[in-house]
Design a protein around this ligand. Structure first.
Ligand code: AMP
Length: 120
């Protein structure tokens, strides 16, 4: 599969500082910020700083260093957000996954019981 990254997507603009964000955590390889339309008391998006469209793109092409940095950010978000009772990490992908922003991101949702994973 060929991945063609669109650098005009909104998360690319956030990474370039063209659009503000409410940062929760940042390291050399990832940025975590509050979702603008939260679906739960905690709703944070973790994105890699590299130009990856989706989970499968990131998993295939990101370096070990980039992947480790990304997941270190996920762990820090969970710690900072106090998600000791659990959470859900979601990466919507392309059409069937209903992905709106074509820059890889993991939603970290928590702060209340979230119910079953799929509504239908
Ligand atoms: P997805 O459907 O998985 O691509 O989700 C995209 C998410 O990005 C949605 O939950 C939006 O609320 C969120 N979002 C869109 N624009 C912004 C923004 N400027 N800052 C923070 N979150 C955003």
């Amino acid at each position: 599969m060929e991945f063609i990254y669109d650098d005009q997507n909104i998360f690319a603009k956030i990474l370039r500082g063209e659009i503000p964000n409410r940062t929760v955590y940042e390291n050399d390889f990832a940025l975590a910020f509050e979702d603008i339309a939260p679906q739960a008391p905690v709703h944070v998006l973790v994105i890699p700083k590299g130009a990856y469209m989706s989970l499968d793109h990131f998993a295939r092409d990101a370096s070990a260093e980039e992947q480790a940095g990304f997941f270190q950010a996920v762990a820090e978000v969970c710690r900072i957000s106090g998600l000791v009772d659990g959470f859900r990490g979601v990466s919507n992908t392309r059409v069937h996954g209903v992905q709106d922003v074509p820059h890889y991101h993991m939603h970290i949702l928590g702060g209340r019981p979230l119910g079953r994973m799929l509504a239908d």
